[in-house]
Design a protein around this ligand. Structure first.
Ligand code: FE2
Length: 435
């Protein structure tokens, strides 16, 4: 791939990239197809995994009816915890083991899909919990064999989890977010029905859309796969392999769609066209970051969500403080892109142009500011927090935020510029408030 200078070969760098394709069925009303797809995957007794809120909504009934109509035994687990923890994953894993299922369907946001990946893993290949968790926190062991079939049905246009082999959770003992990463965790198929986002509150749509935007911009500006050290064995090439020509396709189209439809989809729940387009952008960005990996805005988000004090945004359950994932990511993004633009200014400018910015006449030196300005403009239009201050942090929290996120090496090392501890602190300082 010497045709693009971003992918120029480098000494000791990888010379190939992998494409892991997700099986996807996308369209209005496809939840009704769940039964036939499950039967085709050979499932006869299926765990329908969801959360308590979704369990009472029509989509859960639609899926359950479709599965039963196809002759499957359905066992419902509606206790998935939003923002899952090691404890909640193990509880779901025990359920799956005792239920004796031979397949899974997850219906929900990232928390539900990730919990189902873990329940499938630990009920299929039982092990002490930390065995498969990312090193150095966990043992980082490879998953020894295939998992059971898993149909993932996202109900927010943000997570992308239906297309990735990543499950993220809070490790309670360490008060840290970490995860399990393996191609074997990738769902067997994603059943993506844009109608599921119709009832979502404005703030939830906005936060999810910014998660998608950051997936796409981070994957597009990640370090090129040719600069990541070549793997010791081909099978060890990571899924977070860096920017590559395949993920670039999804990133560019996702950013373009968001530039055109994000504000419409946030402002008007009845704008079916805009919400469908956001769902498609989410899918494209999920395919992209599942093959490229995110970088610093996501790496920094872990402590922004983990150290939350009293922030309670509209549209989310009132009982506990939360910095929703998309918000915890996007508050870092302008600060990060101002810093990383120097490494690949043309990609930062292209991102801004796809979002709708006028970039004619912009110089490489302008790239970070132009992209940051475009993101900040969208944050203001959709009434997002104005940076870290907007979600309850101040300058006195920068040290703790830095300590919490610096261990996220998989993400920080995927940035196009080196992120040392002092740099990370500076990035948080610059993210305190944008207006
Ligand atoms: Fe994300």
């Amino acid at each position: 791939m010497g045709c693009c200078h971003y992918y120029a070969p480098s000494e000791g760098g990888d010379a190939a990239f992998s494409v892991d394709v997700s099986a996807i069925t996308f369209g209005r009303g496809v939840l009704k197809e769940a039964g036939d797809h499950a039967a085709a995957l050979g499932i006869s007794r299926i765990a329908l995994m969801t959360d308590p809120r979704l369990a009472g909504l029509a989509h859960a009934a639609t899926v359950k009816d479709a599965l039963e109509a196809a002759g499957l035994d359905v066992v419902v687990y509606d206790e998935v915890q939003v923002e899952p923890t090691d404890e909640s994953l193990q509880k779901a894993g025990r359920f799956a083991g005792e239920a004796g299922v031979d397949g899974f369907l997850s219906l929900g946001g990232g928390s539900v899909i990730d919990t189902t990946k873990a329940a499938n893993l630990y009920s299929t290949h039982p092990a002490e919990f930390l065995t498969y968790v990312n090193a150095p926190i966990g043992g980082g062991q490879a998953i020894p064999g295939p998992l059971k079939p898993h149909i993932a049905c996202p109900t927010t246009s943000g997570t992308g989890s239906e297309c990735t082999g990543i499950a993220v959770f809070d490790l309670l003992a360490m008060k840290a977010k970490t995860g399990i990463v393996s191609r074997r965790l990738r769902p067997s198929m994603a059943l993506i029905d844009p109608d599921t986002t119709r009832s979502l509150p404005k703030n939830v749509v906005a936060a999810s859309a910014f998660d998608v935007l950051s997936h796409a911009l981070e994957s597009y500006t990640a370090q090129p796969y040719t600069r990541r050290a070549a793997p010791a064995r081909p099978r060890l090439r990571p899924m977070s392999q860096g920017a590559n020509p395949w993920s670039d396709l999804g990133c560019r189209e996702a950013v373009r769609i968001l530039g055109e439809y994000m504000v419409r989809a946030v402002d008007d729940a009845a704008d079916d066209e805009a919400r469908e387009q956001l769902m498609w952008a989410s899918t494209l960005a999920g395919i992209a970051f599942g093959n490229a990996g995110c970088h610093a805005p996501h790496g920094m988000s872990y402590s922004v969500s983990g150290l939350v004090r009293d922030f309670q945004p509209e549209g989310y359950p009132a009982e506990l403080p939360i910095v929703p994932h998309g918000m915890s990511v996007i508050v870092n993004a302008p600060s990060v892109f101002r810093f990383t633009a120097e490494a690949c200014p043309e990609r930062h400018l292209e991102g801004a142009r796809l979002l709708g910015a006028e970039t004619r006449g912009a110089t490489p030196e302008d790239a970070g500011e132009v992209l940051a300005g475009e993101i900040i403009g969208l944050m203001r239009k959709t009434e997002m927090p104005n940076g870290l201050r907007g979600v309850g942090y101040g300058a006195a929290d920068v040290a703790a935020l830095t300590e919490g996120s610096f261990p996220q090496k998989r993400l920080l090392d995927n940035a196009p510029k080196e992120i040392t501890r002092p740099v990370l602190s500076e990035l948080y300082v610059s993210a305190l408030s944008y207006w």
